[in-house]
Write a protein that binds this ligand. Structure first.
Ligand SMILES: Cc1cc2nc3c(=O)[nH]c(=O)nc-3n(C[C@H](O)[C@H](O)[C@H](O)COP(=O)(O)O)c2cc1C
Ligand code: SF4
Length: 371
């Protein structure tokens, strides 16, 4: 892929025309929430402001997710050019890669890619300054409003939505926040066009996607797979022949038991995922997995709102009490109600999604919690 030529082509094509190509491609953000990328860029483009920003969310804190690290390691030129493309389209002159603290080792590669791109952008007459901002190790700072707070020097806590970053983002200015993989996909679409891009995937889940595959697998690592495949097809390729469950979408995703593999679609028709696929075979204790996830959420809750701060503690205490037989089995049903309350009452996606893994493990593997 010659990024410089692709940028030239887009400049010839026109900004509105390229936004239409992105919309036609059906590209949805690869960070997990799945917001249409073309629409995000269109809103920021059409929002009137002298100052706008483009930010790449490279915080990648979801347990079991490591595909952004691989992209930055192997193809960070495509990421920075994808950001420059977004900046050109929306009219931003400044951008930041918000890099997970543990990924500092990628800084040199990123700086080289940025310097190389700078020379080309100058000759194309594009004024875009790209910087690197570092996270400090908090999972919640991957949530886009918490990320912006952290970049502005405040505590990394989510803010209310609306206003959304597209209208009121970094320093109060319209801001594109996209995942690392999303920027690369925008470059791929600039290269092959929307029709070719849509040849892979399904109506609701276009294109291919990178998956971080780990756990009890016959092969693990980062793999590009077509969206819309069944979980059975995934397990046939990556399982070890004894797969009991797959956690789709990391700790905040869903735990799917074997009996549901063939009817579960990986994508927006079924279970969407930012890319984490953790495979568990029959030697694994689902209680240990649940306890591990709840410990993670209890530690990573920013503590700002009560349903999540108290709810994560109570879920963890509750399952431990049932396991030790200090509470009756029926207490799990009370905890399921609490998980529902957290979904509706929590302020951000962290608290809202704790119940996903919790409910799917309790409902499908209750006998492993209470035996
Ligand atoms: C708790 C939490 C953590 C998140 N972590 C990340 C992350 O590490 N990387 C990411 O791209 N998006 C993450 N997101 C989603 C972002 O808020 C946002 O939707 C995303 O960066 C938008 O980019 P996209 O449209 O390209 O997916 C997280 C969301 C939540 C609620
Ligand atoms: S849901 Fe949890 S992480 Fe999100 S704002 Fe509330 S306390 Fe913080």
């Amino acid at each position: 892929m010659d990024c410089n030529s692709l940028m030239r082509n887009v400049m010839k094509m026109g900004k509105d025309e390229f936004v239409q190509v992105l919309l036609d491609s059906g590209l949805k953000g690869r960070g997990g929430a799945g917001f249409p990328t073309g629409l995000k860029w269109k809103i920021v483009k059409e929002t009137k402001s002298d100052i706008k920003y483009v930010i790449c969310n490279a915080d990648e804190g979801e347990p079991g997710t490591f595909k952004d690290r691989e992209i930055l390691d192997k193809s960070c030129d495509k990421v920075v050019w994808g950001m420059a493309l977004a900046a050109y389209i929306v009219g931003a002159k400044e951008g930041y890669v918000y890099l997970r603290a543990e990924y500092k080792f990628l800084t040199t590669k990123l700086r080289i890619a940025i310097d190389n791109m700078d020379n080309h952008l100058r000759s194309l007459g594009i004024n875009f300054k790209l910087n690197i901002a570092f996270g400090s190790g908090a999972y919640i700072c991957g949530e886009e409003t918490a990320l912006l707070q952290s970049m502005e020097g405040y505590r990394g806590e989510p803010t209310n939505k609306p206003p959304y970053p597209v209208n009121f983002g970094y320093l109060g200015k319209p801001t594109v926040v996209n995942n690392v993989e999303t920027f690369v996909n925008a470059m791929i679409i600039a290269d092959i066009g929307s029709v070719e891009y849509k040849k892979l995937g399904t109506k609701a889940s276009q294109g291919s996607k990178l998956f971080s595959v780990s756990g009890d697998c016959c092969k693990e690592g980062v793999f590009e797979l077509e969206m819309g495949m069944t979980l059975q097809a995934f397990v046939d390729e990556f399982g070890d022949g004894d797969t009991k469950a797959v956690q789709v979408g990391g700790a905040s995703g869903f735990c799917v038991p074997r009996k549901e593999f063939s009817k579960t679609i990986i994508g927006y028709e079924g279970i969407p995922t930012g890319g984490s696929m953790k495979v568990f075979n029959s030697s694994r204790s689902m209680y240990n997995i649940l306890e591990n996830y709840l410990t993670f959420f209890e530690e990573e809750s920013c503590g700002q709102c009560t349903p999540c701060r108290v709810g994560t503690q109570q879920l963890l205490k509750g399952v431990r009490a049932v396991k030790r037989k200090e509470k009756p089995k029926s207490y799990l049903d009370e905890l399921l109600k609490l998980a529902d309350t957290m979904k509706y009452a929590s302020k951000c996606g962290l608290g809202k999604s704790v119940g996903n893994a919790f409910k799917s493990i309790i409902e499908n593997f209750r006998e492993e919690i209470v035996y």
